[in-house]
Design a binder for this molecule. Structure first.
Ligand code: 6PG
Length: 501
């Protein structure tokens, strides 16, 4: 009996995707260079498989994998981004893969690499990409999937992807929970939608991760302020986050933060024992770089990347903590604490709106630059469940783009504009107090600066243009003259204006 799908790479994500596919009725030929992982995947499937039929067939070479698949072959890769994708591709070519076979890269590949790979392998096989978000649990019980590439390949992949993806209740926009092996959700909107041509899906996943960085950093800054500024215990902070998680801040990242904060090891909160040096694999950095390249302001996302970089300078920070002065620590009354916590909630909410606004505007500018046609309501929809940034809030973003699919920036949507206007005052108070506490909160405060920059009709770029013209004759336009006309002043003599067209 030949299998429906070939699977290469049985690490945590791979193994769980295999079990998810099996739950949805597909048979899988599974391969990993590490044969122990093949055996583990089979053992896990045998543990969970309630039927008599064999769902996962172990393979121990690329040739064996191809021989156990229905033709044309459909192969899913779950290998680290970068060279491993090319190494596996070369091995598949060596094993005899055919031009009408489809290979799906589910890793976090850099989007330009995906574009180049599709071209490079087009005579050998069809390279399709579909980033997966949701970590181990998402892979097992329903991830968010961002497929892109050949439309022909998508017609084959679509039913499979829609089956394994997370599902959302179409009426409420809330995730339909699937938590048990063997459980399958019938109906519901699947968190899998075709994004566009090669590279578009990986670009969208990259921006998802940039937003993920910002969202995580915003929560971490709130934790820092509550712990070091107000002196609250980890359990008290977990209680606050738990309460916040029932309102507009309801999100997976808030939920897991509560669990991390509550975790104790021998009575000690584990978070107090975790070294404060953040790792990163590159997707946040790529998002920040891309925002600079396409000229989309994304300061909250960039700040989140910088915050991780600064955290890595542990010994420098330790030296500076002794050498450099901060403000004296103030004692807060219970009343002041309560008011501050309420302001902080609103600050997080507004900063979060700005971070998402930045991510979506970035995708909008990238869309123009690369000639894609992205459906932003659909992107917001597939992020409502399954992925790491899943949140109640994504339903409001979906509705904003459904109201206006040409929306230039989320902060101009009627709902979000009202939210920002309503909560900007407590946001400012929170930032002012955090600044006086001397606690770093780059994501929370740069969002406020982004908000204020965006709502300022006249920025000091007039002086900046004057400075540029002074030292480099870079010219400027005038608000009182025809648009597009360039002017230059002989600054040394101040007596002549030269008009350039
Ligand atoms: C997801 C995550 C996933 C991965 C990040 C981690 O959507 O499931 O984003 O892709 O956990 O890439 O990134 P860092 O290691 O850079 O934090």
């Amino acid at each position: 009996q030949l299998c429906d799908i070939g699977f290469i790479g049985l690490g945590v994500m791979g193994k769980n995707l295999v079990l998810n596919l099996a739950d949805n009725g597909y048979t899988i030929a599974a391969f990993d260079l590490d044969h122990e992982k093949v055996k583990e995947a089979i053992a896990q499937d045998q543990l969970e498989n309630k039927s008599d039929a064999q769902r996962v067939v172990g393979c121990f070479s690329y040739t064996e994998l191809l021989s156990k698949l229905k033709a044309p072959h459909l192969i899913v890769l779950s290998v680290p981004a970068g060279d491993p994708v090319d190494q596996v591709s070369a091995s598949l070519i060596g094993a005899g893969i055919q031009p009408d076979d489809i290979v799906i890269d589910t890793g976090n590949s850099l989007w330009v690499d995906t574009v180049a790979r599709e071209e490079k392998y087009k005579n050998n096989f069809i390279l399709f990409s579909s980033a997966v978000s949701g970590g181990e649990e998402g892979a097992r019980f329903g991830p968010s999937l961002m497929p892109s590439g050949s439309p022909y390949a998508w017609t084959r992949i679509k039913p499979i992807w829609e089956a394994i993806a997370a599902k959302v209740d179409p009426k409420t926009g809330k995730p339909l929970e699937r938590t048990q092996p063997g459980q399958v959700i019938e109906g519901g909107d699947p968190c899998a939608a075709y994004i566009g041509p090669a590279g578009a899906g990986h670009y969208v996943k990259m921006v998802h991760n940039g937003i993920e960085y910002a969202d995580m950093q915003i929560i971490c800054e709130a934790y820092h302020v509550l712990r070091s500024g107000l002196g609250l215990s980890t359990d008290e902070i977990a209680d606050i986050f738990e309460k916040w998680n029932k309102g507009p801040l309801d999100s997976y990242l808030m939920e897991i933060s509560v669990e991390v904060l509550r975790h104790k090891t021998e009575e000690v909160p584990l978070v107090d024992l975790i070294l404060d040096k953040a790792g990163q694999k590159g997707t946040g950095l790529w998002t920040a770089v891309s925002s600079l390249e396409v000229g989309a302001p994304a300061p909250t996302i960039a700040q989140a990347v910088y915050a991780r970089s600064i955290s890595s300078f542990k010994s420098l920070r330790e030296q500076a903590s002794v050498a450099l002065q901060g403000p004296a620590i103030k004692a807060y009354s219970e009343e002041e604490k309560t008011a501050f916590i309420s302001d902080l909630h609103d600050a997080i909410y507004c900063a979060k709106i700005c971070a998402y606004a930045q991510g979506f505007q970035l995708m909008k500018l990238a869309e123009k630059e690369h000639g894609w046609k992205l459906d932003f309501a659909s992107i917001a929809k597939i992020w409502r469940a399954g992925c790491i940034i899943r949140a109640v809030f994504l339903q409001s973003i979906t509705e904003a783009f459904e109201r206006d699919d040409e929306l230039e920036n989320l902060i101009l949507d009627e709902f979000f504009a009202k939210q920002l206007s309503d909560y900007q005052q407590p946001w400012r108070k929170a930032i002012a107090n955090i600044t006086l506490m001397g606690i770093p909160a780059g994501a929370l405060s740069s969002s406020l600066s982004y908000y204020d920059s965006m709502r300022t009709a006249v920025l000091p770029a007039n002086l900046l243009q004057g400075q540029r013209d002074f030292f480099g004759a870079h010219t400027f336009e005038r608000v009182d003259k025809a648009k597009g006309k360039k002017y230059h002043v002989q600054w040394a003599t101040q007596d002549r204006e030269i008009v350039k067209i």
